[in-house]
Ligand binder design. Structure first.
Ligand code: APR
Length: 252
């Protein structure tokens, strides 16, 4: 571990007027949720077609059986880890103004972060494909699959973005605003493989933001836009980073 890199990162964080974190599956790995890509990735075990919107409408039962297994029975039990809590601490110290997350697991909000832009939606709500009413996902919805809307009887779908669907309008606009306004982006646990989310950090950089990246491995960003790469597990990196920031704050 190169402590000088942490000191540089701390300086950027303390000197920034507005900072956003841009998080991906890697931040939730230590909560027991596997990433999408790589050896232990979800797409190594499951064919992603069950999250294709056309397939879902034609094969809603088959899709829902896998959705229940992956996103509710298994991931639904995950708890926030110290990386999620570190972002809360940064917010409390007024060193972080927002989080743009590609994750649908609700763990940032559960940890206590208050300004979370869910770019890919959330697994914690369901939306009716017919009348568009939303409801919280509850165990009762998972008993008789596929679940139906209590208002109109239409097919319910998790309120996250399936392949072939567009990004929620408000989330897209808010993320674009952050990429325009921020002086600093902190990328955590994302490979940068999936458009249009992957473009956001490039836009931020183009608008003058500095980029700190936290990842166990180099990503698409590391050699292109990253200014400071803190290599390691998100929980370990944040532990050291917060220690260095606290030391700097006491010196001020
Ligand atoms: N700490 C930090 N980074 C980690 C850790 C960890 N403990 N474990 C894994 N990583 C890194 C990996 O090195 C990788 O770069 O997290 C990244 C996870 O990448 P992906 O699995 O591609 O996840 P993500 O970037 O969030 O995927 C984007 O793809 O299928 C879609 O909609 C899905 O939102 C998802 C999007």
């Amino acid at each position: 571990m190169d402590i000088k890199l942490y000191q540089k990162a701390s300086k950027l964080i303390l000197g920034s007027g507005r900072t956003a974190a841009f998080t991906g599956a890697g931040i939730s790995v230590e909560s027991g949720i596997p990433p999408f890509r790589g050896e232990d990735g979800l797409w190594n075990q499951y064919d992603p077609v069950f999250l294709d919107i056309t397939y879902f409408h034609k094969n809603s039962l088959k899709s829902w059986e896998l959705i229940k297994e992956v996103f509710y029975d298994y991931f639904g039990r995950a708890e926030p880890n110290t990386a999620h809590y570190s972002l809360v601490q940064l917010e409390e110290k007024k060193l972080l103004q927002s989080i743009i997350t590609q994750n649908i697991d609700n763990l940032h909000q559960r940890a206590g972060s208050t300004n979370v832009i869910e770019y890919h939606g959330t697994s914690h709500e369901l939306i009716c494909t017919k009348c568009h009413a939303k409801c919280f996902a509850q165990d009762k919805h998972l008993v008789n699959l596929p679940p139906e809307c209590e208002i109109c009887g239409g097919l319910l779908k998790p309120d996250f973005v399936f392949f072939g669907e567009s990004i929620p309008v408000e989330a897209a606009a808010n993320a674009a605003d952050e990429a325009e306004q921020c002086d600093l982006f902190i990328l955590v646990g994302t490979s940068g493989e999936i458009m249009p989310a992957s473009i956001i950090p490039y836009n931020a950089k183009q608008n003058g933001a500095k980029i700190i990246e936290i990842n166990t491995n180099p990503s698409n960003y590391s050699d292109s836009i990253t200014d400071i790469f803190l290599r390691g597990k998100a929980t370990d990196v944040f532990k050291t980073l917060l220690e260095v920031i606290s030391e700097s704050l006491t010196e001020l």
